[in-house]
Design a protein around this ligand. Sequence first.
Ligand code: PLP
Length: 217
Amino acid sequence: MVPSPADPSKICNKEKKLPPPLQLNAPLEVVDPEIADIVELEKARQWKVLLPSRFAESSEMKSSLGLELMPLNNSEGCPGARYYGGNEYMDMAESLCQKRALEAFRLDPAKWGVNVQSLSGSPANFQVYTALLKPHERIMALDLPHGGHLSHGYQASAITDTKKISSVSIFFETMPYRLNESTGYIDYDQLEKSATLFRPKLIVAGASAYARLYDYA
Ligand SMILES: Cc1ncc(COP(=O)(O)O)c(C=O)c1O
Protein backbone atom coordinates (compact mmCIF):
# COMPACT_ATOMS: atom_id res chain seq x y z
CA MET A 1 0.00 0.00 0.00
CA VAL A 2 1.49 3.32 -1.04
CA PRO A 3 0.89 6.25 1.35
CA SER A 4 -0.91 9.12 -0.23
CA PRO A 5 1.26 12.19 -0.89
CA ALA A 6 -1.40 14.19 0.96
CA ASP A 7 -0.63 12.31 4.18
CA PRO A 8 2.24 14.32 5.74
CA SER A 9 2.58 12.05 8.79
CA LYS A 10 3.75 9.24 6.47
CA ILE A 11 6.16 11.48 4.59
CA CYS A 12 7.90 13.41 7.38
CA ASN A 13 10.43 11.72 9.62
CA LYS A 14 12.78 14.39 10.84
CA GLU A 15 13.91 12.50 13.97
CA LYS A 16 16.78 10.60 12.34
CA LYS A 17 19.13 13.56 11.65
CA LEU A 18 22.82 12.56 11.54
CA PRO A 19 25.88 14.78 12.01
CA PRO A 20 27.28 15.96 8.63
CA PRO A 21 30.25 13.54 8.22
CA LEU A 22 28.02 10.50 8.80
CA GLN A 23 25.52 11.80 6.26
CA LEU A 24 28.00 11.04 3.48
CA ASN A 25 27.69 7.29 4.08
CA ALA A 26 24.08 7.17 5.14
CA PRO A 27 21.23 6.13 2.84
CA LEU A 28 18.78 8.74 1.61
CA GLU A 29 16.05 7.36 3.93
CA VAL A 30 18.19 8.49 6.86
CA VAL A 31 19.63 11.74 5.52
CA ASP A 32 16.44 13.08 3.98
CA PRO A 33 13.45 10.87 4.75
CA GLU A 34 11.00 13.35 3.26
CA ILE A 35 12.65 13.16 -0.16
CA ALA A 36 13.14 9.39 0.25
CA ASP A 37 9.39 8.96 0.82
CA ILE A 38 8.56 11.07 -2.21
CA VAL A 39 10.99 8.99 -4.30
CA GLU A 40 9.21 5.82 -3.09
CA LEU A 41 5.83 7.29 -4.06
CA GLU A 42 7.16 8.10 -7.53
CA LYS A 43 8.68 4.62 -7.81
CA ALA A 44 5.29 3.09 -7.03
CA ARG A 45 3.59 5.41 -9.53
CA GLN A 46 6.05 4.53 -12.31
CA TRP A 47 5.58 0.84 -11.57
CA LYS A 48 1.83 1.19 -12.21
CA VAL A 49 1.80 3.61 -15.14
CA LEU A 50 3.39 2.62 -18.42
CA LEU A 51 4.62 5.54 -20.51
CA PRO A 52 6.41 5.07 -23.82
CA SER A 53 9.45 7.22 -23.12
CA ARG A 54 9.65 6.93 -19.35
CA PHE A 55 10.50 3.88 -17.30
CA ALA A 56 11.79 2.92 -13.88
CA GLU A 57 15.30 1.49 -14.14
CA SER A 58 16.24 -1.66 -12.29
CA SER A 59 18.91 -1.42 -9.57
CA GLU A 60 21.17 -3.38 -11.92
CA MET A 61 20.81 -0.74 -14.61
CA LYS A 62 21.44 2.06 -12.14
CA SER A 63 24.63 0.43 -10.92
CA SER A 64 25.77 -0.26 -14.49
CA LEU A 65 25.42 3.48 -15.13
CA GLY A 66 27.67 4.01 -12.10
CA LEU A 67 25.28 6.67 -10.87
CA GLU A 68 27.05 6.98 -7.56
CA LEU A 69 30.47 7.75 -9.00
CA MET A 70 30.54 8.57 -12.68
CA PRO A 71 28.64 11.90 -12.60
CA LEU A 72 31.06 13.22 -9.98
CA ASN A 73 33.87 13.45 -12.51
CA ASN A 74 34.47 16.42 -14.80
CA SER A 75 34.61 14.93 -18.28
CA GLU A 76 34.10 17.74 -20.77
CA GLY A 77 35.36 16.93 -24.24
CA CYS A 78 35.48 13.59 -26.00
CA PRO A 79 37.22 10.28 -25.25
CA GLY A 80 40.95 10.82 -25.69
CA ALA A 81 40.52 14.62 -25.89
CA ARG A 82 39.31 15.89 -22.51
CA TYR A 83 39.92 19.17 -20.74
CA TYR A 84 40.97 17.37 -17.52
CA GLY A 85 43.09 14.41 -16.51
CA GLY A 86 41.70 11.43 -14.63
CA ASN A 87 39.31 10.44 -17.37
CA GLU A 88 40.79 7.14 -18.51
CA TYR A 89 37.83 5.12 -17.19
CA MET A 90 35.29 7.68 -18.36
CA ASP A 91 36.90 7.34 -21.81
CA MET A 92 36.52 3.56 -21.62
CA ALA A 93 32.86 3.82 -20.59
CA GLU A 94 31.98 6.46 -23.20
CA SER A 95 33.81 4.64 -26.03
CA LEU A 96 32.00 1.40 -25.16
CA CYS A 97 28.68 3.28 -25.12
CA GLN A 98 29.44 4.79 -28.56
CA LYS A 99 30.34 1.34 -29.93
CA ARG A 100 27.10 -0.14 -28.60
CA ALA A 101 25.01 2.76 -29.95
CA LEU A 102 26.45 2.28 -33.46
CA GLU A 103 25.87 -1.48 -33.23
CA ALA A 104 22.27 -0.93 -32.08
CA PHE A 105 21.57 1.08 -35.25
CA ARG A 106 23.77 -1.20 -37.43
CA LEU A 107 25.96 1.74 -38.45
CA ASP A 108 29.46 1.47 -39.87
CA PRO A 109 31.89 3.20 -37.44
CA ALA A 110 34.07 4.14 -40.44
CA LYS A 111 31.22 6.31 -41.75
CA TRP A 112 29.33 7.31 -38.61
CA GLY A 113 30.07 8.90 -35.26
CA VAL A 114 27.68 9.17 -32.33
CA ASN A 115 27.32 11.67 -29.49
CA VAL A 116 26.22 9.80 -26.37
CA GLN A 117 26.63 12.73 -23.99
CA SER A 118 23.16 14.21 -24.17
CA LEU A 119 21.31 14.32 -20.89
CA SER A 120 18.03 13.53 -22.61
CA GLY A 121 15.99 13.91 -25.79
CA SER A 122 15.38 17.67 -25.74
CA PRO A 123 19.05 18.70 -25.44
CA ALA A 124 19.89 16.00 -28.01
CA ASN A 125 17.50 17.64 -30.48
CA PHE A 126 18.96 21.06 -29.71
CA GLN A 127 22.47 19.71 -30.32
CA VAL A 128 21.41 18.44 -33.74
CA TYR A 129 19.93 21.83 -34.66
CA THR A 130 22.99 23.75 -33.52
CA ALA A 131 25.28 21.32 -35.37
CA LEU A 132 23.37 21.74 -38.64
CA LEU A 133 21.95 25.28 -38.53
CA LYS A 134 23.02 28.80 -37.76
CA PRO A 135 20.87 30.78 -35.26
CA HIS A 136 17.52 31.80 -36.80
CA GLU A 137 17.73 29.42 -39.72
CA ARG A 138 14.43 27.72 -40.41
CA ILE A 139 13.00 24.42 -39.19
CA MET A 140 9.76 22.68 -40.07
CA ALA A 141 8.42 19.94 -37.79
CA LEU A 142 5.20 18.16 -36.89
CA ASP A 143 3.00 20.48 -34.82
CA LEU A 144 2.84 19.56 -31.14
CA PRO A 145 -0.97 19.13 -31.00
CA HIS A 146 -0.64 16.80 -34.03
CA GLY A 147 1.98 14.53 -32.42
CA GLY A 148 5.19 16.57 -32.53
CA HIS A 149 7.29 17.57 -29.54
CA LEU A 150 8.08 20.85 -27.77
CA SER A 151 11.72 20.49 -28.71
CA HIS A 152 10.70 20.46 -32.39
CA GLY A 153 10.09 24.21 -32.11
CA TYR A 154 6.52 24.46 -30.90
CA GLN A 155 4.98 27.89 -30.59
CA ALA A 156 1.41 28.61 -29.55
CA SER A 157 -1.09 29.20 -32.33
CA ALA A 158 -0.67 32.52 -34.08
CA ILE A 159 -4.43 33.05 -33.86
CA THR A 160 -4.81 32.68 -30.10
CA ASP A 161 -1.34 33.58 -28.91
CA THR A 162 2.07 34.26 -30.39
CA LYS A 163 4.06 32.86 -27.49
CA LYS A 164 7.28 31.07 -28.29
CA ILE A 165 6.82 28.12 -25.98
CA SER A 166 10.10 26.28 -26.52
CA SER A 167 13.64 27.65 -26.57
CA VAL A 168 14.02 26.02 -30.00
CA SER A 169 11.49 28.50 -31.39
CA ILE A 170 13.44 31.37 -29.82
CA PHE A 171 16.78 30.42 -31.34
CA PHE A 172 15.45 29.14 -34.67
CA GLU A 173 12.53 30.14 -36.87
CA THR A 174 9.98 27.34 -36.83
CA MET A 175 6.91 26.46 -38.83
CA PRO A 176 4.74 23.41 -38.17
CA TYR A 177 3.37 20.87 -40.59
CA ARG A 178 0.22 19.01 -39.57
CA LEU A 179 -1.93 15.94 -40.11
CA ASN A 180 -4.80 15.62 -42.50
CA GLU A 181 -7.37 15.32 -39.74
CA SER A 182 -9.75 13.15 -41.77
CA THR A 183 -7.12 10.44 -42.41
CA GLY A 184 -4.76 10.92 -39.45
CA TYR A 185 -1.78 10.82 -41.84
CA ILE A 186 0.68 13.69 -42.32
CA ASP A 187 -0.65 16.08 -44.94
CA TYR A 188 2.33 15.79 -47.28
CA ASP A 189 0.76 17.97 -49.99
CA GLN A 190 0.27 20.86 -47.57
CA LEU A 191 3.74 20.21 -46.13
CA GLU A 192 5.22 20.55 -49.61
CA LYS A 193 3.35 23.81 -50.26
CA SER A 194 4.44 25.31 -46.93
CA ALA A 195 8.03 24.17 -47.42
CA THR A 196 8.13 25.73 -50.89
CA LEU A 197 7.17 29.08 -49.36
CA PHE A 198 8.99 28.86 -46.03
CA ARG A 199 12.14 27.21 -47.47
CA PRO A 200 13.32 25.55 -44.24
CA LYS A 201 16.93 24.48 -43.87
CA LEU A 202 15.76 21.40 -41.93
CA ILE A 203 12.57 19.33 -41.83
CA VAL A 204 12.22 17.13 -38.75
CA ALA A 205 10.92 13.68 -39.73
CA GLY A 206 10.07 12.34 -36.31
CA ALA A 207 7.43 12.68 -33.64
CA SER A 208 6.35 11.90 -30.11
CA ALA A 209 2.93 10.58 -30.98
CA TYR A 210 2.58 9.54 -34.64
CA ALA A 211 2.08 5.83 -35.11
CA ARG A 212 2.64 5.75 -38.91
CA LEU A 213 5.82 5.33 -40.88
CA TYR A 214 7.16 8.48 -42.50
CA ASP A 215 6.92 8.61 -46.27
CA TYR A 216 10.43 9.85 -47.07
CA ALA A 217 9.82 9.78 -50.83
C1 PLP B 1 10.32 13.06 -30.19
C2 PLP B 1 10.79 13.51 -28.85
N1 PLP B 1 11.84 14.35 -28.78
C3 PLP B 1 12.30 14.78 -27.58
C4 PLP B 1 11.70 14.37 -26.40
C5 PLP B 1 12.22 14.92 -25.10
O1 PLP B 1 12.87 13.99 -24.41
P1 PLP B 1 13.37 14.28 -22.91
O2 PLP B 1 12.16 14.48 -22.09
O3 PLP B 1 14.13 13.01 -22.64
O4 PLP B 1 14.27 15.50 -22.95
C6 PLP B 1 10.61 13.49 -26.42
C7 PLP B 1 9.97 13.07 -25.15
O5 PLP B 1 8.95 12.44 -25.09
C8 PLP B 1 10.14 13.06 -27.68
O6 PLP B 1 9.08 12.24 -27.76
